[in-house]
Design a protein around this ligand. Structure first.
Ligand SMILES: [Zn+2]
Ligand SMILES: [Zn+2]
Length: 383
């Protein structure tokens, strides 16, 4: 049995994909932490349920809720552990993705709970993500737009439904009031805040006793999607607080990998409590911070793969993407996801000066292409 298995009681067994499980966990200080797997209600998702965590720390505290439409499932889970939304004093959102804060408006209506989130969550939730980024900021992002326009047609019923749900979610979310803006290093009684941007600009991890709640920063089984570097549109940038005007430390693969390094520094006495995949395929996934190292190594391998293909020749975004992913992963909107992932990696290689990209989008290797290896090995071994 993994030393990171911290179950003191199974309160309810759920589905093989994790839906519906209820656990009581016990920290090194004997504190109870309840883990509630909230099924995704309204969309097919490979990430599985969202794990909402509930514990006492200067009053009842919740971390993360679930997707839009999953509020009844959340309430049902909470009532089985003996807690109602009205008992909760604060809801902390690990980051502003809809599978985490999708029912926050209902929750706040039903309780007198406060909403806490990273300080960039409040200003950014005023906008729909795809409206705030100036995607044409770099040649690579210009290429993504061009190829996507040419190759991807997305208009079918289910996408329209999905868009309506999204619209309502973004509209509702704008109305919520954030009571506390969290920053790296903040401490509330026994709970410590770590800012770990990269998967999203507002992603935080929370440390309580020997538990680390990682949101989507570190997940078992799957490698969280890294953002690519972003530039805020001028019109929006004007309205953002000073600390958000320069988004370079909040987005991109380099930012994400640095944030993985920070978790590794905590050391292996900590147990990872992720927002997804704690249970899947009829098995628990217990990890310490070594999972952050595995994710770093996954990206190192991908960077390595990309550089190997560049040896002695030039390439462009489309060719590089096709060289890495199998055909089935390049169909329809999957192509967009695949290209974004490749862009994130190319941006990093450009920063480490292992490649250069010219104005026409031609990519070529620079030097012997090993700078990124030194960079990653430092993150893997912080001493
Ligand atoms: Zn996310
Ligand atoms: Zn998520």
């Amino acid at each position: 049995m993994s030393k990171h298995n911290r179950i003191s009681k199974i309160l309810r067994e759920g589905e093989s994909n994790g839906d519906g499980w209820l656990l009581e966990l016990s920290s090194s200080t004997g504190r109870k932490v309840f883990a509630v797997a909230v099924a995704q209600n309204n969309r097919r998702s490979r990430t599985g349920p969202t794990w909402s965590y509930v514990f006492e720390n200067d009053g009842w505290t919740s971390i993360d809720l679930g997707t839009p439409g999953s509020y009844e499932a959340l309430k049902d889970g909470y009532s089985t552990i003996g807690v109602n939304p009205s008992n909760i004093e604060r809801v902390i959102i690990s980051h502003g993705h809809s599978d985490h804060d999708g029912t926050v408006t209902q929750f706040l209506d039903d309780s007198s709970a406060e909403l806490w989130a990273h300080q960039s969550y409040g200003p950014l939730k005023e906008y729909i993500p795809w409206e705030i980024h100036y995607r044409k900021g770099s040649i690579l992002q210009r290429e993504v737009e061009r190829i996507a326009e040419e190759k991807i047609q997305i208009t079918n019923e289910s996408n329209n439904d999905r868009r309506d749900i999204d619209k309502k979610y973004f509209k509702d979310r704008k109305q919520t009031h954030v009571s506390k803006d969290l920053k790296d290093g903040d401490v509330f009684s026994d709970l410590k805040v770590m800012s770990t941007p990269g998967h999203s600009p507002d992603q935080i991890c929370l440390v309580l006793d020997d538990f680390i709640f990682t949101g989507d920063h570190i997940l078992p089984e799957i490698t969280p999607h890294p953002t690519s570097k972003m530039v805020f549109r001028d019109t929006i940038s004007e309205n953002l607080p000073e600390f958000l005007k320069d988004p370079s430390g909040l987005y991109g693969l380099g930012t994400y990998l640095n944030s993985l390094g920070r978790v590794i520094e905590l050391g292996d006495s900590y147990t990872v409590l992720p927002a997804h995949r704690l249970y899947n395929k009829s098995n628990f996934n217990w990890h310490g911070v070594e999972r952050a190292g595995d994710i770093l190594k996954h990206h190192e391998k991908r960077l390595d793969q990309m550089l190997k293909k560049l040896q002695g020749k030039t390439s462009n975004l489309e060719e590089t993407t096709k060289g890495i992913f199998e055909r089935s992963k390049l169909l329809g909107s999957n192509l967009y996801a695949a290209m974004s992932e490749i862009v994130a990696h190319l941006e990093l290689l450009e920063d480490t000066k292992d490649i250069s990209i010219d104005e026409s989008g031609q990519i070529s290797m620079q030097g012997d292409g090993t700078n990124y290896k030194n960079y990653i090995s430092k993150l893997l071994d912080p001493k």
